[in-house]
Design a protein around this ligand. Sequence first.
Ligand SMILES: Cc1cc2nc3c(=O)[nH]c(=O)nc-3n(C[C@H](O)[C@H](O)[C@H](O)COP(=O)(O)O)c2cc1C
Length: 384
Amino acid sequence: MFDNIKNCYNTKDFRKLAKKILPGPIFHYIDGAADDEVTYRRNTEAYEQCDLVPNVLTGVENIDMSTTVMGQKLEMPFFLSPTALQRLFHHDGEIAVGKAAEKFGTMFGISSLGTVSIEEIAKKITTPKLFQLYVHKDKGLNKSMIDRCKEAKFDAMALTVDTIVGGNRERDLYTGFTSPPRLTLSSLFSFAMHLRWTFNYLTHSKFELSQLKDYLQEGTNISVSVGEYFTTLIDQSMDWKAAEEINKYWGKAFALKGIMSVEDAKKAIDIGATAIILSNHGGRQLDGSRSPFDQLSEIVDAVGDKIDIICEGGIRRGTHVLKALSLGAKACSGGRLYLYALAAGGQKGVEKALTNLHSEIERDMKLMGVTKISQLNSENIRFR
Ligand SMILES: Cc1cc2nc3c(=O)[nH]c(=O)nc-3n(C[C@H](O)[C@H](O)[C@H](O)COP(=O)(O)O)c2cc1C
């Protein structure tokens, strides 16, 4: 089964393999999105409704695809967005993802709902590390996560601002997905049919939400759905003042993840953020919200010279990255692109997904006639 990674040439191939390997509830937790999943589909479709316009005869032997974002030099213009519960997808979880990011010299996002501790990640992973913060009602927990990241010398923090309540992820309702997985009559069949995953889950270190377990039972010892988690434990009073205070307390590179409007992009600058991540959480929150790529030009025109803009969501191909960079994004990031690969083969899977993406970006830059990403601009792209 592991050999099949070699034959995964794109995200669709990895998705197919992940679907075979994972029990249904876990696959659909990764793959699913909110309501009718319209925004989720649009996130990728938006990239398919415009075209690149190449230049030729420019001498393209040596390609430099590096970029600097949030003060970090990345060897490729794509980094790995923070995602929850990674040891459910593969028993090596965040360590596998971080090691793969390290090989490609790119940044690795670690979720508040991560399954390996901040300290262990700091010890084992040297590539730039971005911690993703969810603000909980428990203020002691919020402070402890920031303090631990300071102590562990993480490079950047992203405050997620689009999950003030949980999105309506209906696939999770159908499958009964919870963290940790709860065995129900309907899910039992799926776990029994995916014995390799079940064996690995049961024989590796016990599942936990490592940043939260000393403060909360939910998610580690008490099974909860992701919707229940957000709705009961996240601080719904969070506002711009709170975001500003967090930024000050953290004191290093700081991004707001889930900014979509020009008005909010300007407020992000006012509170001193280093970056905004244009994102709708991969379509998992507000279905019917605009795709980041559709919204990108508007944001770049308004604030592109004042803050780093990261375009995130729906990216499946190197050409998607080049399109976002042409419109003024400094870098792109994504979740499912590497999560299917993590499920399919752990670190080797993520490395293959990044190899595919890296070679696509390199080939596509040559075909576009550019040797540096700074040479891409809006002249390179047309909407139909
Ligand atoms: C399984 C899964 C778990 C996620 N967990 C988190 C999380 O804990 N924190 C967060 O800010 N975003 C989370 N996200 C959203 C991603 O960071 C990112 O916004 C999204 O995956 C981008 O869309 P893409 O998957 O199409 O690339 C998660 C996404 C997925 C698919």
